[in-house]
Write a protein that binds this ligand. Structure first.
Ligand SMILES: [Zn+2]
Length: 270
Protein backbone atom coordinates (compact mmCIF):
# COMPACT_ATOMS: atom_id res chain seq x y z
CA UNK A 1 0.00 0.00 0.00
CA UNK A 2 1.26 3.48 -0.87
CA UNK A 3 1.85 5.49 2.31
CA UNK A 4 1.34 9.24 2.75
CA UNK A 5 1.80 11.96 5.33
CA UNK A 6 -0.77 14.43 6.60
CA UNK A 7 1.51 17.47 6.76
CA UNK A 8 -1.09 19.86 8.18
CA UNK A 9 -3.97 19.22 10.51
CA UNK A 10 -5.20 20.44 13.89
CA UNK A 11 -5.25 17.28 15.98
CA UNK A 12 -5.56 19.33 19.18
CA UNK A 13 -8.99 20.71 18.21
CA UNK A 14 -11.95 19.51 20.29
CA UNK A 15 -13.50 17.95 17.14
CA UNK A 16 -11.10 15.01 17.55
CA UNK A 17 -11.63 14.51 21.28
CA UNK A 18 -14.54 12.03 21.31
CA UNK A 19 -12.85 9.32 19.20
CA UNK A 20 -9.18 10.34 19.14
CA UNK A 21 -7.76 6.80 19.27
CA UNK A 22 -10.05 5.72 16.41
CA UNK A 23 -8.97 8.72 14.31
CA UNK A 24 -5.32 7.65 14.65
CA UNK A 25 -6.20 4.00 14.02
CA UNK A 26 -8.11 4.85 10.82
CA UNK A 27 -5.19 7.01 9.63
CA UNK A 28 -2.78 4.11 10.24
CA UNK A 29 -5.10 1.68 8.43
CA UNK A 30 -5.26 4.07 5.44
CA UNK A 31 -1.44 4.19 5.26
CA UNK A 32 -1.08 7.71 6.65
CA UNK A 33 2.12 7.26 8.65
CA UNK A 34 3.07 10.80 9.78
CA UNK A 35 0.78 13.54 11.09
CA UNK A 36 1.92 17.11 11.74
CA UNK A 37 -0.36 18.86 14.21
CA UNK A 38 -0.23 22.60 13.60
CA UNK A 39 -0.45 25.10 16.44
CA UNK A 40 -2.57 28.23 16.07
CA UNK A 41 -1.66 29.97 19.36
CA UNK A 42 0.64 29.11 22.29
CA UNK A 43 -1.95 26.90 24.00
CA UNK A 44 -2.73 25.04 20.81
CA UNK A 45 1.02 24.70 20.10
CA UNK A 46 1.57 23.23 23.57
CA UNK A 47 -1.26 20.77 23.00
CA UNK A 48 0.29 19.79 19.65
CA UNK A 49 3.62 19.14 21.40
CA UNK A 50 1.89 17.03 24.06
CA UNK A 51 0.26 14.91 21.35
CA UNK A 52 3.61 14.52 19.60
CA UNK A 53 5.14 13.30 22.87
CA UNK A 54 2.39 10.71 23.28
CA UNK A 55 2.13 9.32 19.74
CA UNK A 56 5.07 8.13 17.62
CA UNK A 57 3.49 9.17 14.32
CA UNK A 58 2.58 12.70 15.47
CA UNK A 59 4.87 15.75 15.16
CA UNK A 60 4.12 19.40 15.92
CA UNK A 61 4.45 22.86 14.42
CA UNK A 62 4.28 25.83 16.77
CA UNK A 63 3.02 29.27 15.86
CA UNK A 64 0.33 31.91 16.04
CA UNK A 65 -2.40 32.10 13.38
CA UNK A 66 -3.04 35.51 11.74
CA UNK A 67 -6.81 35.32 12.42
CA UNK A 68 -6.04 35.45 16.16
CA UNK A 69 -3.34 38.11 15.81
CA UNK A 70 -5.06 40.63 18.09
CA UNK A 71 -4.96 38.15 20.98
CA UNK A 72 -1.20 37.60 20.58
CA UNK A 73 1.36 39.25 22.85
CA UNK A 74 3.32 42.11 21.26
CA UNK A 75 6.36 39.87 21.01
CA UNK A 76 5.71 36.18 20.35
CA UNK A 77 9.41 35.36 19.96
CA UNK A 78 10.50 34.41 23.51
CA UNK A 79 7.77 31.81 24.04
CA UNK A 80 7.98 30.60 20.47
CA UNK A 81 11.76 30.02 20.74
CA UNK A 82 11.20 28.00 23.88
CA UNK A 83 8.47 25.84 22.28
CA UNK A 84 10.28 25.40 18.95
CA UNK A 85 13.44 23.89 20.41
CA UNK A 86 11.43 20.81 21.44
CA UNK A 87 12.74 17.79 19.47
CA UNK A 88 9.28 16.92 18.11
CA UNK A 89 8.65 20.44 16.70
CA UNK A 90 9.36 20.34 12.98
CA UNK A 91 8.30 23.85 11.83
CA UNK A 92 7.06 27.29 12.81
CA UNK A 93 3.41 28.03 12.04
CA UNK A 94 0.86 28.40 11.17
CA UNK A 95 1.58 32.02 10.50
CA UNK A 96 0.90 34.35 7.60
CA UNK A 97 -1.73 36.91 6.66
CA UNK A 98 -5.51 36.72 6.51
CA UNK A 99 -7.54 39.65 5.15
CA UNK A 100 -10.63 37.57 4.49
CA UNK A 101 -12.86 38.88 7.28
CA UNK A 102 -11.58 42.25 8.39
CA UNK A 103 -12.91 44.06 11.51
CA UNK A 104 -14.77 46.56 9.27
CA UNK A 105 -16.85 43.68 7.89
CA UNK A 106 -18.03 43.07 11.46
CA UNK A 107 -18.81 46.65 12.47
CA UNK A 108 -15.23 47.86 13.09
CA UNK A 109 -13.56 51.00 11.75
CA UNK A 110 -10.83 51.54 9.16
CA UNK A 111 -8.43 52.09 12.09
CA UNK A 112 -9.37 48.66 13.44
CA UNK A 113 -8.54 47.17 10.04
CA UNK A 114 -5.15 48.93 10.00
CA UNK A 115 -4.34 47.73 13.52
CA UNK A 116 -5.31 44.17 12.61
CA UNK A 117 -3.09 44.20 9.51
CA UNK A 118 -0.16 45.68 11.42
CA UNK A 119 -0.40 43.10 14.19
CA UNK A 120 -0.62 40.26 11.67
CA UNK A 121 2.47 41.54 9.86
CA UNK A 122 4.38 42.07 13.12
CA UNK A 123 3.83 38.56 14.45
CA UNK A 124 4.41 37.02 11.01
CA UNK A 125 7.82 38.75 10.82
CA UNK A 126 8.66 37.63 14.36
CA UNK A 127 7.82 34.03 13.47
CA UNK A 128 10.02 34.23 10.37
CA UNK A 129 12.84 35.54 12.58
CA UNK A 130 12.52 32.63 15.01
CA UNK A 131 12.37 30.19 12.08
CA UNK A 132 15.59 31.67 10.65
CA UNK A 133 17.34 31.55 14.04
CA UNK A 134 16.38 27.93 14.67
CA UNK A 135 16.84 26.83 11.04
CA UNK A 136 13.24 25.74 10.69
CA UNK A 137 10.78 26.35 7.85
CA UNK A 138 7.40 28.04 8.08
CA UNK A 139 3.81 26.89 7.55
CA UNK A 140 2.17 29.82 5.77
CA UNK A 141 -1.53 30.64 5.81
CA UNK A 142 -2.78 33.28 3.42
CA UNK A 143 -6.34 34.19 2.66
CA UNK A 144 -7.88 37.20 0.97
CA UNK A 145 -5.79 39.68 -1.04
CA UNK A 146 -2.59 38.96 0.85
CA UNK A 147 -0.16 37.57 -1.70
CA UNK A 148 1.87 40.77 -2.33
CA UNK A 149 2.15 41.56 1.39
CA UNK A 150 3.08 37.94 2.16
CA UNK A 151 5.88 37.96 -0.43
CA UNK A 152 7.16 41.34 0.79
CA UNK A 153 7.46 39.98 4.34
CA UNK A 154 9.05 36.69 3.29
CA UNK A 155 11.52 38.02 0.71
CA UNK A 156 14.17 39.20 3.22
CA UNK A 157 14.16 35.69 4.76
CA UNK A 158 14.07 33.77 1.48
CA UNK A 159 17.72 32.61 1.75
CA UNK A 160 17.11 31.15 5.21
CA UNK A 161 13.43 30.18 5.54
CA UNK A 162 11.21 28.35 3.09
CA UNK A 163 7.45 28.45 3.37
CA UNK A 164 4.82 25.88 2.60
CA UNK A 165 1.81 27.80 1.31
CA UNK A 166 -0.70 25.46 2.82
CA UNK A 167 -4.13 24.73 1.37
CA UNK A 168 -2.96 26.12 -1.96
CA UNK A 169 -5.86 27.12 -4.19
CA UNK A 170 -4.38 30.02 -6.13
CA UNK A 171 -3.57 30.65 -9.77
CA UNK A 172 -0.67 29.24 -11.76
CA UNK A 173 0.84 32.73 -11.60
CA UNK A 174 0.73 32.67 -7.80
CA UNK A 175 2.32 29.23 -7.89
CA UNK A 176 5.15 30.55 -10.07
CA UNK A 177 5.78 33.41 -7.62
CA UNK A 178 5.83 31.02 -4.65
CA UNK A 179 8.33 28.78 -6.45
CA UNK A 180 10.50 31.79 -7.34
CA UNK A 181 10.70 32.53 -3.62
CA UNK A 182 12.02 29.00 -3.02
CA UNK A 183 8.80 28.03 -1.24
CA UNK A 184 6.48 25.12 -1.85
CA UNK A 185 2.73 24.38 -1.61
CA UNK A 186 0.46 21.73 -0.14
CA UNK A 187 -2.92 20.52 -1.32
CA UNK A 188 -6.05 19.79 0.73
CA UNK A 189 -9.38 18.15 -0.08
CA UNK A 190 -10.29 21.13 -2.27
CA UNK A 191 -8.46 19.23 -5.03
CA UNK A 192 -11.38 16.75 -5.02
CA UNK A 193 -14.14 19.39 -5.19
CA UNK A 194 -16.18 19.87 -8.33
CA UNK A 195 -15.18 23.56 -8.35
CA UNK A 196 -11.54 22.67 -7.63
CA UNK A 197 -10.32 22.59 -11.23
CA UNK A 198 -7.79 25.39 -10.60
CA UNK A 199 -6.29 23.33 -7.77
CA UNK A 200 -6.12 20.25 -10.02
CA UNK A 201 -4.38 22.43 -12.64
CA UNK A 202 -1.85 23.57 -10.03
CA UNK A 203 -1.39 19.97 -8.81
CA UNK A 204 -0.71 18.89 -12.40
CA UNK A 205 1.73 21.75 -13.05
CA UNK A 206 3.87 21.84 -9.90
CA UNK A 207 7.15 19.89 -10.20
CA UNK A 208 7.78 16.83 -8.05
CA UNK A 209 9.60 17.87 -4.91
CA UNK A 210 7.72 21.14 -4.55
CA UNK A 211 4.43 20.02 -3.02
CA UNK A 212 3.02 18.01 -0.15
CA UNK A 213 -0.39 16.67 0.90
CA UNK A 214 -2.49 17.65 3.92
CA UNK A 215 -6.06 17.45 5.19
CA UNK A 216 -6.22 20.69 7.26
CA UNK A 217 -8.51 18.54 9.45
CA UNK A 218 -10.97 19.03 11.04
CA UNK A 219 -11.73 21.38 8.11
CA UNK A 220 -12.18 20.80 4.36
CA UNK A 221 -13.10 17.11 4.12
CA UNK A 222 -12.59 15.81 0.57
CA UNK A 223 -15.29 14.24 -1.58
CA UNK A 224 -17.08 11.93 -0.63
CA UNK A 225 -16.94 13.28 2.94
CA UNK A 226 -17.43 16.95 2.07
CA UNK A 227 -19.18 18.85 4.87
CA UNK A 228 -18.28 16.26 7.51
CA UNK A 229 -15.39 16.41 9.95
CA UNK A 230 -12.14 15.95 8.06
CA UNK A 231 -9.71 13.41 9.51
CA UNK A 232 -6.17 12.33 8.54
CA UNK A 233 -7.25 9.04 6.91
CA UNK A 234 -8.72 11.19 4.11
CA UNK A 235 -5.25 12.03 2.76
CA UNK A 236 -5.94 8.88 0.75
CA UNK A 237 -8.74 10.61 -1.21
CA UNK A 238 -6.57 13.70 -1.70
CA UNK A 239 -3.67 11.57 -2.95
CA UNK A 240 -6.00 9.81 -5.38
CA UNK A 241 -7.18 13.11 -6.87
CA UNK A 242 -3.64 14.53 -7.14
CA UNK A 243 -2.31 11.33 -8.75
CA UNK A 244 -5.14 11.45 -11.25
CA UNK A 245 -4.52 15.13 -12.05
CA UNK A 246 -0.81 14.42 -12.64
CA UNK A 247 -1.30 11.09 -14.40
CA UNK A 248 1.14 9.37 -12.04
CA UNK A 249 0.93 6.29 -9.81
CA UNK A 250 0.16 6.44 -6.10
CA UNK A 251 3.58 4.87 -5.44
CA UNK A 252 5.35 7.65 -7.31
CA UNK A 253 3.27 10.28 -5.51
CA UNK A 254 3.96 8.63 -2.17
CA UNK A 255 7.72 8.68 -2.70
CA UNK A 256 7.78 12.26 -3.98
CA UNK A 257 5.55 13.82 -1.32
CA UNK A 258 7.15 11.97 1.61
CA UNK A 259 10.69 12.85 0.41
CA UNK A 260 9.60 16.48 0.08
CA UNK A 261 8.23 16.44 3.64
CA UNK A 262 11.55 15.11 5.01
CA UNK A 263 13.48 17.81 3.16
CA UNK A 264 11.09 20.55 4.26
CA UNK A 265 10.78 19.35 7.87
CA UNK A 266 14.34 18.14 8.66
CA UNK A 267 13.37 17.12 12.22
CA UNK A 268 10.66 14.75 10.95
CA UNK A 269 11.83 11.22 11.82
CA UNK A 270 11.91 8.29 9.38
ZN1 LIG B 1 -4.58 24.98 9.36
Amino acid sequence: MATFYDTHLHLDYPDFQPDFADVLARARAAGITRLISIGTCFESSRRAIALAEQHAEVFAAVGWHPSDALAAPDDVRPTLRELATHPRVVAIGETGLDYYRMPSAKGGTADDDARYRQKQAAIFRQQLEVAAELKLNCVVHQRGETLDDTFALMQPFAERVRGVFHCFSGTLDALARIRALGSIVSFTGIVTFKNGQNVRDAAAAVPLGEFMLETDGPFLAPIPYRGKRCEPAYVKEIAGAVAQARGCSLEELSRATCDTAHRFFPKLKD
